[in-house]
Design a protein around this ligand. Structure first.
Ligand SMILES: Cc1cc2nc3c(=O)[nH]c(=O)nc-3n(C[C@H](O)[C@H](O)[C@H](O)COP(=O)(O)OP(=O)(O)OC[C@H]3O[C@@H](n4cnc5c(N)ncnc54)[C@H](O)[C@@H]3O)c2cc1C
Length: 466
């Protein structure tokens, strides 16, 4: 038994978000028991569910779970293919979740929110859309026809007009250049497309316009008419399934990873600021690019090119944050609840630079990356969250790291490039794939490491093989 343990390869996983936990789960479950996995987490609890918040049962409809996922972890069939397969394999329960997005404006001059100018329902499940307060029938019909035409044009272009890729003289096309090339009306882009997309990417409009066009087009295609899902009871259930039996060191902040002869040296600091050194055969960094750069010298320079922003999700009861739109939506919400159609409401409010989204669950509100003030006396919980952004440059870097053809890398060229798995150092995370930085990237990158280590992915095995 002891001999077998010594024969095992040791793997350190740094970070216990979705990517770290899935990687650790897969390697730990290796059928041939070849690996001993240890997870390092800087927080005093697993990170996947650490920012979430439990609301008292009096605050919620009896049918709703009382754990609010922060950040929200919605997924859908077309985009989150591997995440959904994993949930099915693990027996994680989820429900179809409809959303109604109310779009309004926030004035930075007088600090007021205008009444909503449009109600968008996810996958257009409610047609015709709710008529905004103050809109006459004619104005409403003209708006719907205008939006239907713009939306139709955008979707057709996504399917038939490919974004331009990088050439020797030019970077690849950004979303801004693409929407201008397909002549999508700027009024539609500014007032409808950007606010709705920013609620997914939680970044400024300028940052979103600088995304590779391919990301936005691919996302629009893959999520087109797809139902959204949320996990019943929140991701805490996923977290406990993935972490079962794992060895985790909490309040263990890794400060450096480097090669030391045939092993990898991991330096980490405990809660008493005491420094430790441990040696492993493999190290998996499941952290954001800025942290990777700080820990791992070979990637220090290049990680600076991948933007990471920080923002807050705030759980509160300040209904004045949505006062202008609440009456009509309350009526709509009550009607849909009665009909057993649990559409959740998202209040999307934009100023000229960015968008905040307020997720309403009964009287509890969650504002993501706020742009307008919230009464401090009505705040129940706040969490600081990182978001990795995409640019043509960062996409190029990520693709170089993950898709480089290693057979082309003979010395001395080999020394110039770092690729995933070089010297047994691996990267996983929502940003470690070629697509929007969402949970699917966590699963794809974790599966990639497991496959490279010869570990079977149970949710990709067909029933005839198992
Ligand atoms: C507001 C918001 C809403 C979102 N909504 C959705 C959604 O609806 N659907 C979806 O698919 N995705 C969504 N996302 C994206 C998704 O939640 C994240 O991309 C994903 O959770 C990132 O997971 P990760 O494992 O890559 O990294 P992280 O969750 O960032 O995990 C890394 C962890 O490593 C730990 N760590 C950091 N440094 C160290 C160190 N030095 N030593 C040890 N440990 C360390 C930290 O505790 C950290 O939490 C949303 C994101 C935000 C911000």
């Amino acid at each position: 038994m002891t001999e077998q343990k010594h024969a095992k390869k040791t793997v350190a996983v740094i970070g216990s978000g979705m990517a770290g936990l899935v990687t650790a789960y897969l390697i730990h479950q290796d059928k041939q028991c070849r690996y001993h996995v240890e997870v390092f987490e800087t927080q005093d609890q697993l990170s996947l569910d650490s920012a979430s918040y439990t609301i008292s049962s009096a605050d919620v409809y009896p049918s709703l779970p009382n754990r609010i996922d922060i950040p929200m972890r919605a997924f859908d069939e077309g985009f989150h293919i591997n995440l959904k397969r994993m949930y099915d394999y693990l027996g994680v329960g989820y429900i179809t979740q409809k959303f109604v997005y109310s779009l309004s404006k926030y004035s930075t001059v007088d600090g007021k929110k205008s009444p909503p100018y449009f109600f968008h329902s996810s996958s257009n499940h409610r047609f015709p859309p709710v008529r905004p307060e103050g809109y006459g029938y004619l104005q409403w019909i003209v708006q719907i026809m205008y939006l239907a035409a713009c939306y139709f044009w955008f979707i057709v272009c996504c399917f038939v007009v490919k974004p331009k890729m990088a050439s020797t003289s030019k970077e690849e096309e950004t979303l801004e250049v693409y929407v201008k090339r397909i002549r999508l009306p700027w009024h539609f882009v500014k007032n409808y497309l950007l606010p709705l997309m920013s609620s997914v990417t939680t970044c400024s409009h300028d940052a979103l316009l600088s995304f590779p066009a391919l990301d936005a087009v691919d996302y629009a295609k893959r999520t087109y008419r797809q139902p959204h899902y949320t996990v019943i009871g929140g991701v805490q259930g996923v977290q406990s399934k993935l972490s079962k039996g794992l060895a985790v060191s909490f309040q263990a902040t890794v400060t450096s990873v480097k090669r030391a002869d045939t092993k990898l040296e991991v330096t980490w600091v405990d809660s008493n600021d005491k420094s430790h050194i441990s040696y492993f055969d493999h190290v998996v960094m499941a952290v954001t690019p800025d942290v990777v750069g700080a820990l791992f010298e070979p990637l220090r320079e290049v990680m600076r090119e991948i933007p990471v922003i920080w923002g807050e999700s705030v759980v509160h009861y300040d209904s004045s944050a949505i006062a202008n739109s609440s009456r009509l939506l309350e009526k709509y919400s009550a009607k849909t609840q009665k009909a057993g159609d649990q559409a959740q409401i998202m209040h999307i409010t934009s100023d000229p630079l960015s968008t905040e989204s307020i997720h309403q669950q009964s009287s509890t509100l969650v504002t993501n990356f706020p742009i307008s003030p919230i009464d401090p006396n009505k705040i129940a919980h706040r969490a600081r969250l990182a978001r990795v952004l995409r640019t043509p440059k960062s996409r190029e870097i990520v693709n170089d790291i993950f898709t480089l053809d290693k057979s082309e890398l003979k010395p001395p060229k080999e020394e110039l490039f770092w690729y995933n798995g070089k010297d047994n150092v691996w990267l996983v995370g929502a940003w470690c794939w070629d697509g929007m930085v969402l949970l699917e990237g966590c699963i794809v990158s974790a599966m990639r490491v497991a496959t490279s280590l010869g570990v079977e992915i149970p949710w990709t095995i067909t029933s005839s093989e198992s």
